[in-house]
Design a binder for this molecule. Structure first.
Ligand code: PBG
Length: 326
């Protein structure tokens, strides 16, 4: 019988030892909370497929942002749900539209200590639910959409967004937004680019969250699940266009992509644990099938270990509370 000379178990024996050798740690600042604000409601509206997440009123979103600040989160990502929609999503470009006035109100409330990030996309504002305007064939017109994104970026920056986050997967979107921001004097406003964003069934509950009008899918512009090297081309293009940070989305089913992107990116990498991932955890936990807190923290650790510097998750506030000893 030969006994092992190397015993990896030595470094696993106690919690203190495991803590010392942990290669990945979680901190409240690693987390960004996506929040929904809906026009014309007086009470927060629950989202049935995302238990625990609500559509905020214009008042309650201020409290949610304040709580996020007090918990030391990295930021909040704002999504607006307007009362009226049209073919070109014009409310998204209106400085007085729901998203833009909420950016301003949230920024006024939280001050400098919390980053206010804004989703830069048209899908919440169009009556057809696509991320851009449609051409005569009914397909999303890339370049016509770019002009709107450029204006939208400037309006969001003017409202006080600390970071703008284009999520529409139009070719060239980062370049036009960067140019427009610079021309308007917002050269200090960074772009967090949804660089490798896949057309994913994991976004299902988000459709309810934003009352989406979409028929069909986004497969003509978001990436196809089978593709891996294409994610690197997307990231390289966004970096060349001036992205300050890049994102991979969804999260857990795309850890290979997070890892690949982290290996080539010289800017911070984010991962987005999306609505369907949230819903699966909540559903299993509600049935008593998993240890909810352990699963949530393990998923976050996995995303960070794969290479994400920060994570967008609907659990962000709760996680920060746990990390702070709650
Ligand atoms: C588009 C956008 C979507 C999500 C974030 N930004 C919807 C989509 O691309 O279909 C999904 C987020 C989630 O599922 O949690 N503005």
């Amino acid at each position: 019988m030969t006994f092992p000379a190397r015993r990896p178990r030595r470094l696993r024996r106690t919690p203190a030892m495991r803590r010392l050798v942990a290669e990945t740690r979680l901190h409240p600042a690693d987390f960004i909370l996506p929040v929904f604000v809906r026009e014309g409601i007086t009470e927060p509206q629950p989202i049935s497929s995302m238990p625990g997440v609500v559509q905020h009123t214009e008042q309650t979103i201020l409290d949610a942002a304040e709580q996020a600040r007090d918990l030391g989160l990295g930021g909040v990502m704002l999504f607006g749900i307007p009362a009226e929609r049209d073919a070109s999503g014009s409310v998204g470009l209106d400085p007085d539209g729901i998203l833009n006035r909420s950016i301003q109100a949230v920024k006024d409330r939280v001050g400098e200590d919390l980053l206010v990030m804004s989703d830069l996309c048209l899908d919440e504002f169009t009556d057809h639910g696509h991320c851009g305007v449609l051409d005569e064939l009914g397909e999303v017109d890339n370049d016509a959409t770019l002009e709107l994104y450029a204006q939208m970026g400037v309006v969001q920056a003017a409202a006080g967004a600390d970071v703008v986050a284009p999520s529409g997967m139009m070719d060239g979107q980062v370049a036009v937004i960067r140019q427009a921001l610079d021309e308007a004097g917002y050269y200090d406003v960074p772009i967090l680019a949804y660089a490798a964003k896949y057309a994913s069934a994991f976004y299902g509950p988000f459709r309810e969250a934003v009352d989406s009008q979409l028929q069909g899918d986004r497969r003509q512009y978001q990436m196809d699940a089978p593709n891996r090297t294409e994610a690197l081309r997307e990231v390289e293009a966004d970096l060349a266009e001036g992205a300050d940070m890049v994102m991979v989305k969804p999260g857990l089913a795309y850890l290979d992509i997070v890892s690949d992107v982290a290996a080539i990116s010289d800017v911070p990498v984010s991962a987005y644990q999306v609505s369907g991932e949230y819903a699966m955890i909540e559903a299993a936990a509600a049935n008593g099938w998993i240890d909810r807190r352990a699963v949530i923290l393990e998923a976050m650790t996995a995303l960070r270990r794969a290479g994400a510097q920060n994570v967008l998750t609907y659990h962000a506030a709760e996680i920060a509370g746990w990390l702070r000893g709650g």
